[in-house]
Design a protein around this ligand. Structure first.
Ligand SMILES: [Zn+2]
Length: 213
């Protein structure tokens, strides 16, 4: 679905299988966020085809964190497409994944702070808790926040996976809730659209889910 001109969401809607949402920023550079599981990549490919974007026209693939349901399909991309994720996350997941799944080596690493891709600039925000090197990507000009598995529509990421940390997740959520956001695009579930809805969602998370962290 088109969120607005230049931003597309491939929302995963089959609840019998776990996979993440994938997002495409279409502009001077095409940026794909969280390509998802390898065996379920067909729905992303279909979405890209409908937009006449072949895989080699994706300039950068960004992973919010290293779990296979977000990252695995990165392996379908090759140069000239670049792959980026956080260094600490890459090291942690590479060690942990062992032979279970292979993470391609990133072409560059995402550090907290500014990231410019083509004409667009982003804030990379360090948000550990669900995983140690998880990041959120804030597209300030468009007031869009890609949250990976930090927060969802009416929920938060698990903290019981290796490297998970409830205290850290709480701090991370506090850090992103003050941003000016019109569209909260999470790694799973529905989009939260509208500033008030985004604020209400953060409030609900604080009122309810913080009791469990
Ligand atoms: Zn995850």
């Amino acid at each position: 679905m088109k969120v607005f001109n230049g931003l597309h969401a491939f929302i995963w809607q089959d609840y019998t299988q776990n996979n993440c949402n994938t997002y495409l920023i279409e502009g001077s550079k095409n940026i794909l966020i969280d390509p998802g599981h390898q065996h379920l990549f067909g729905h992303v490919e279909k979405g890209l085809n409908a937009l006449n974007i072949s895989l080699d026209r994706v300039d950068v693939v960004i992973a919010t964190h290293g779990h296979p349901d977000h990252l695995e399909a990165v392996s379908f991309f090759d140069k000239p497409t670049l792959f980026a994720m956080n260094l600490e996350e890459y090291q942690f997941i590479s060690e942990f994944a062992g032979d279970y799944f292979k993470i391609p080596e990133p072409d560059f690493f995402l550090k907290a702070g500014d990231l410019t891709v083509g004409d667009e600039s982003f804030d990379v925000i360090s948000t550990p808790g669900h995983s140690p090197g998880s990041i959120c990507l804030y597209w300030r000009d468009k007031k869009v926040l890609f949250t990976g598995d930090v927060v969802f529509n009416q929920g938060i990421g698990r903290t019981d996976l290796p490297g998970g940390d409830g205290r850290a997740l709480k701090d991370s959520i506090q850090r992103i809730k003050t941003l000016d956001v019109e569209h909260l695009l999470a790694g799973h579930g529905d989009i939260v659209a509208g500033k008030e809805a985004v604020q209400a969602n953060f409030q609900e998370i604080e009122d309810y889910w913080f009791n469990y962290l």
